[in-house]
Design a protein around this ligand. Structure first.
Ligand SMILES: [Zn+2]
Length: 579
């Protein structure tokens, strides 16, 4: 039975045994959350999703904490929490280093679900599943997308799949180019992202025709990128309608028996950024290295230019002469006048004075706590014996984290005085596994907040619309992730209606294995969502278990070349995730 756009008869109550060659479409509706989707459903504008919901089960899926694509998809891929697979953030830590490396499939620990399916003879096609580069040698095919460097030749497995893609799309790129994302040309970004998603749909269907697979998994990212980059809700809704069209095309083209539509997290709109790094600096936890005096003079010149040209509208010779005047005067001002001068500048450039004093490197010998990537809400402890220049003894870590956590929970929205964060978790409470040791000390749940968390040391050092000391109105990213994702499952083994208690993302691969009678590994944190299934199916197909991975998880060294790292970071920078 295929799930198309047209109304269809009810599935049979009992699933026939044995299940051979069951065709499953696992489709990621990246960043889809009910809050954005419901108005369109009510207007009847999402026929494909509506049809799945009417003929299957649907509800909310709790994302990982943090609700970031790499952490969330790594949990879908491995069935495990980030403490086991080791991917917590948009970037990842390396042993003995303070700088972060790009996330890659090589850094992810744990056997992916497709390997477990392959071992049972079930063939899998994977298209644009985030952070699957370098591609696994699967029985089926893999096409890498989001998170892969653009310059490498092996974006797909088997090599014949890459040859086929290159023939059909000689300009194939795993993700939309960073320059375009930075351009601010909203219509063009939207058009290119839309075409990019369509191309992945065509590639998935084309490869599935050439290399038949039982499970076709694809992630669609237009909505996620539109929510980050588009200034208005009208375009977000266009992205959601497009997502539904592409879902319909996948269903019509692949003709699955089972559709598992999921999202790795939801979406929300934001007003601007909370400057976590500046707050940690004011709290005395984070210390930036001081600039040498020549660099301070350069930084002063740059700040003055920002202030005079951008904030005060001076141009040409007038701006240059004013800048020269202030450049000479400011370093010699007596303290009280200096304070007055900087207060004026900081009305437009919130952290102008600090920017002149401090560079963009941490003074790790004095830093006790430092943040993860932008928009992650993660906080790391500079722990003695773990970090190369760690200063916080392990015995003092709990008290330090508790103190910071309390202060974070007392912060309020500058507009309405409401609490800024709904929860701040201890990493140790929510991440469990051998790699939790390398995870964040604190995870801020900012997914109910109208403010993003910014950790770039440079944010707040240009002309910004400041709102209170630690808040700046947004100029580039208009939305960020919501905490919870969604699911809509349709197929003969599923009942109907919604699920009151939300499952988690980690239940998705366990449910998928169960559909194929593949035992679920004992070390998986997810479980099959049996409450969605019919009693008849469960009687014939009781869930089984198999041994998990041997405990070999380790934090790995860098697996990208410098050029590949630059390229991936350039893309993440264009999306706002790294500095
Ligand atoms: Zn995502």
């Amino acid at each position: 039975m295929a799930y198309g756009r047209c109304p269809m008869p009810s599935p049979p109550p009992e699933f026939p045994k044995p299940m051979t060659r069951l065709r499953t479409l696992l489709v990621g509706l990246d960043a889809a959350g009910w809050e954005f989707i419901n108005p369109l459903l009510e207007r009847g504008e999402l026929p494909a999703l509506q049809n799945l919901m009417a003929n299957g089960r649907w509800g909310t899926l709790a994302s990982t904490m943090p609700a970031l694509t790499p952490a969330a998809w790594s949990s879908i891929i491995t069935g495990k929490n980030p403490g086991k697979h080791g991917i917590f953030d948009m970037t990842r830590r390396r042993p003995g280093r303070y700088d972060f490396a790009p996330v890659s499939a090589a850094a992810r620990q744990g056997t992916p679900f497709w390997q477990r399916l392959n071992e049972a003879g079930i063939r899998v096609g994977l298209v644009n599943i985030p952070f699957t580069y370098p591609p696994d040698e699967v029985d089926g095919f893999v096409v890498c997308g989001f998170g892969a460097p653009g310059s490498v030749p092996n974006l797909a497995y088997p090599p014949a799949a890459m040859t086929w893609i290159n023939k059909r799309s000689p300009d194939f790129e795993p993700a939309v180019l960073a320059e375009l994302l930075r351009s601010g040309d909203h219509e063009r970004i939207f058009a290119v992202e839309t075409a990019h998603q369509s191309r992945f749909v065509e590639i998935a269907l084309g490869l599935a025709e050439r290399t038949p697979v039982d499970v076709l998994a694809i992630n669609l990212m237009l909505l996620d990128h539109a929510n980050h980059k588009m200034p208005d809700m009208a375009r977000i809704e266009r992205a959601i309608r497009r997502l539904d069209d592409d879902l319909a095309q996948l269903i019509d083209g692949f003709v699955p028996d089972v559709v598992l539509a999921i999202s790795d997290h939801g979406s929300r709109r934001v007003k601007g950024d909370f400057l976590l790094h500046a707050w940690l600096r004011d709290e005395g936890c984070l210390v930036q290295a001081k600039r040498p005096s020549t660099e301070q003079a350069e930084a002063l010149n740059w700040i003055l230019h920002q202030w005079l040209a951008e904030a005060r509208g001076l141009t040409g010779v007038i701006e240059k002469l004013s800048r020269r005047f202030w450049r000479g005067v400011v370093p010699r001002l007596p303290a009280d006048l200096a304070d007055k001068f900087w207060a004026r500048v900081e009305a437009a450039i919130p952290f102008a004075r600090d920017e002149v004093m401090f560079g963009d490197k941490l003074d790790v010998a004095q830093t006790r706590i430092y943040p993860g990537a932008a928009y992650s809400g993660l906080i790391y402890v500079n722990r003695q014996g773990r970090e190369p220049r760690g200063i916080v003894p392990e015995t003092e870590e709990a008290a330090l984290l508790a103190q910071i956590r309390d202060k974070l929970l007392k912060l309020t929205d500058p507009d309405d005085g409401a609490p800024l964060f709904s929860q701040v978790y201890l990493g140790a409470d929510i991440h469990d596994g051998r790699l939790a040791e390398w995870g964040p000390g604190l995870v801020i749940d900012f997914y109910d907040s109208a403010w993003n968390i910014q950790t770039s040391l440079r944010r707040g050092t240009q002309v910004e619309q400041a709102r209170g000391r630690y808040f700046v109105a947004n100029t580039k990213d208009f939305g960020h992730h919501g905490r919870d994702g969604i699911f809509a499952f349709a197929g003969p083994m599923f009942g109907r209606g919604t699920l009151a208690e939300p499952g988690t993302l980690m239940d998705v691969p366990a449910t998928l294995l169960h559909l194929y009678d593949v035992p679920i590994p004992e070390d998986w944190d997810g479980r099959s969502l049996t409450e969605l299934m019919t009693p008849g199916f469960l009687a014939d197909h009781p869930p089984q278990t198999q041994p998990g991975d041997s405990e070999t998880a380790v934090l790995t060294e860098d697996d990208y070349s410098a050029a590949e790292t630059d390229q991936i970071f350039d893309h993440l920078r264009a999306l706002g995730y790294v500095d």
